[in-house]
Design a protein around this ligand. Structure first.
Ligand code: SF4
Length: 660
């Protein structure tokens, strides 16, 4: 590493880079930003110094910073300087496309920082490929244009003629089912595609690969690259991301699901049925090839029938656990053999050069079949002991994921001598990062934790009703409904009620049916999520009840004055959590204290974070489920806003709300 002219401070390559970086970070926060009217915060500066120091030491660092700290600026300074010092871009991995846009879009944090520092920052987005149109699919839709198309389809096909980037953000009103007909998906044979040279997705990849400072990727793209990188390089292909010098995870507490999904294989019944019908419709196909479809069709039917009978119902999660039984394993083996047989016949087809199926298509199907076979093989090996499997409640697809995700993270990321920063408002409970570090399989890491700029002592009161009949669920519910009514009357609506299951939303509705409030109650199961949140924000007196609003909603101001935690968010039988429980058990630890309580604590902390969004917000958090003297009390306490007063008297809540 030598001198780099572009490092944003005076640096001749002989000096101590970490010291010079720290000096520059201090200068930016104490001089440059305040001079331009940007309000800096001590917590932000502390976080920025911590990140600068740990990145230079190539550490894995947890940078927890409460809402409103300005953590993005805190990591961006180091990210840009480090990219220029090393000559390799730094990856900032975000949890969603919307967050990527927020960071890079007009007037986003990067835009502002560049203006404050009067420098060009070359940051490019590596979006989820499903956010781009695929020219092949667009052509297919166009070829069906003689049939009557929906207005939305007509709109998108006309747009496809003129768009340069082909990104979904350019046509935000197009509904999902229409977009999915023209967008890229995993089934598209990009490697063999003749449109490759002109394709918008390929051009987008070429564009972000050339980023000099930052690649703003999403978690999915990052892990897709991480898990396939070595294999792609060995096969002489370009990895999805170019070589990078550091990675910073924004919303770092969310990475495990993306890591799992990208490491796993998805088996979709319709995909297999599509292959069967495709082969059946080939004109002049050999009998041997055609005969494979009968076996495959039967095996697919049988496998999915047994799979669905082996699912363990659970309303708390979108990922349903599966009982791995002998019937399922036999059906998986039969399906594997049927696919193997088909694959053999397809190879013969290629060798015979019959040209009944174009070679590119044959190769594309071969790849898909290969993927399904690998998943089935993994399931059957050791009776699934080394896998995490689930059935998606959303589309019925079957997922097979390697169990040793933490081992994979260690090999592919943590042992690479790269700085890795996890940034989020929720990485610990009460400053204890051990749950997350255990989940990631980390033994060597550093951490920093700062509260946001809010004065929780002044802004929040926590109310824990006393004298609940704790052991009797029916009595608890009746009494909780009465307390809920008093609370909603006291706050004049303006409340968010969080449950731990969708069915409890219905129970509360039934419990409240005889009460008539002078404000509207919005029920999660009676409307589309985005619409409900918007209405809750706009109709100040309304109440929102749901199990899916623990994170990701931002309702500043009066509309959210009371946050009612109806139930503590203990985790479900989600297979990813089950895998952690199993690991704890195998290590001789108690899965409750090692997994369930900390997981609940993190989700509760997220939920509590909904209440205070600005320095003018004030309000109450009510915990309806008794937790005093329970083994999980410390996790509940650790999740509450630091410094907030905890009372068990409703009058004190009343006076706090009046001040609002
Ligand atoms: S390269 Fe892939 S995304 Fe691009 S047009 Fe071809 S199949 Fe579609």
């Amino acid at each position: 590493m030598g001198a780099n002219k572009k490092v944003p401070f005076k640096f001749d390559g002989k000096k101590d880079f970490p010291a010079e970086l720290a000096k520059w970070v201090g200068q930016v926060f104490y001089e440059v930003l305040p001079e331009q009217g940007y309000e800096v915060r001590e917590e932000q500066i502390y976080t920025a110094f911590q990140i600068a120091d740990k990145v230079c030491k190539k550490k894995v660092h947890f940078a927890e910073a409460g809402l409103g700290t300005g953590k993005t600026f805190a990591y961006l300074l180091t990210a840009v300087a480090y990219a220029r010092f090393t000559g390799k871009a730094v990856v900032i991995a975000c949890a969603s496309t919307a967050l990527q846009e927020q960071l890079v879009g007009p007037n986003g944090d990067l835009d502002k920082l560049a203006r404050y520092l009067d420098m060009d920052i070359d940051a490019r987005m590596a979006k989820d490929p499903r956010q781009y149109i695929c020219d092949v699919r667009v052509s297919r839709c166009k070829s069906l244009r003689f049939e009557k198309q929906s207005e939305a389809m007509e709109e998108i096909l006309s747009w496809s003629d003129v768009t340069k980037r082909g990104e979904r953000t350019e046509v935000p009103n197009i509904p999902d089912p229409i977009w999915q007909q023209v967008a890229w998906d995993e089934g598209m044979p990009c490697e063999m595609c003749t449109s490759r040279g002109y394709c918008k997705l390929v051009k987008a990849k070429e564009h972000y690969r050339a980023a000099r400072d930052l690649i703003i990727s999403d978690h999915g793209v990052f892990f897709d690259d991480l898990w396939t990188r070595d294999e792609r390089i060995a096969d002489g292909k370009l990895p999805l991301l170019p070589a990078y010098s550091a990675v910073i995870f924004d919303e770092g507490h969310k990475i495990m699901l993306s890591a799992a999904m990208q490491a796993g294989r998805q088996i979709i019944k319709e995909d297999l049925e599509y292959i069967v019908s495709f082969i059946e419709n080939i004109q002049g196909a050999r009998t041997a090839l055609l005969s494979t479809t009968v076996a495959l069709d039967l095996a697919t039917e049988r496998f999915f029938e047994i799979l669905l009978n082996s699912v363990i119902p659970d309303e708390l999660t979108e990922r349903l656990a599966v009982d791995i039984n002998d019937g399922l394993l036999i059906a998986a083996e039969t399906l594997f053999r049927a696919l193997e047989y088909l694959q053999g016949e397809m190879q013969t087809e290629q060798e015979l050069h019959t040209q009944t199926i174009p070679d590119t298509l044959l190769e594309a199907y071969d790849l898909r079949i290969e993927g399904v076979m690998a998943a089935l093989q993994r399931l059957c090996k050791n009776k699934g002991i080394d896998t995490i499997i689930w059935v998606s409640k959303i589309d019925g697809s079957f997922w097979v994921v390697p169990r040793d995700l933490s081992g994979m993270l260690k090999t592919n990321l943590f042992q690479k001598n790269l700085p890795v920063v996890f940034s989020s408002a929720t990485l610990s409970t009460g400053g204890d990062f051990s749950y997350l570090s255990r989940t990631l399989g980390l033994t060597d890491w550093s951490s920093s934790s700062v509260e946001g700029p809010f004065d929780f002592r002044e802004q929040v009161i926590v109310y824990t009703p006393e004298s609940f009949p704790v052991s009797d669920q029916e009595k608890w519910f009746a009494q909780a409904i009465k307390i809920l009514v008093s609370l909603l009357e006291l706050s004049r609506g303006r409340a968010l009620v969080l449950t731990n299951s969708p069915s409890e939303v219905g129970n509360i509705r039934r419990g409240l049916k005889d009460y008539h409030f002078p404000f509207e109650v919005l029920w999660e199961d009676r409307g589309e999520r985005g619409h409900l949140v918007q209405k809750f924000r706009e109709v100040v007196s309304s109440v929102l009840v749901g199990s899916g609003f623990w994170e990701g909603i931002d309702v500043p101001g009066e509309a959210l004055s009371m946050l009612i935690i109806w139930q503590l968010p203990f985790p479900s039988r989600d297979p990813l959590i089950e895998a952690r429980r199993r690991e704890a058990k195998e290590a001789g630890a108690d899965p409750l204290t090692e997994v369930d309580y900390p997981e609940m604590g993190l989700k509760l902390k997220q939920g509590c974070g909904r209440l205070i969004r600005t320095k003018d917000d004030r309000g109450a958090i009510v915990i309806m489920e008794p937790f005093r003297d329970k083994p999980w009390e410390q996790f509940v306490q650790g999740a509450l806003p630091a410094g907030a007063e905890v009372v068990s008297n409703l009058t004190e809540v009343e006076s706090k709300l009046r001040k609002k």
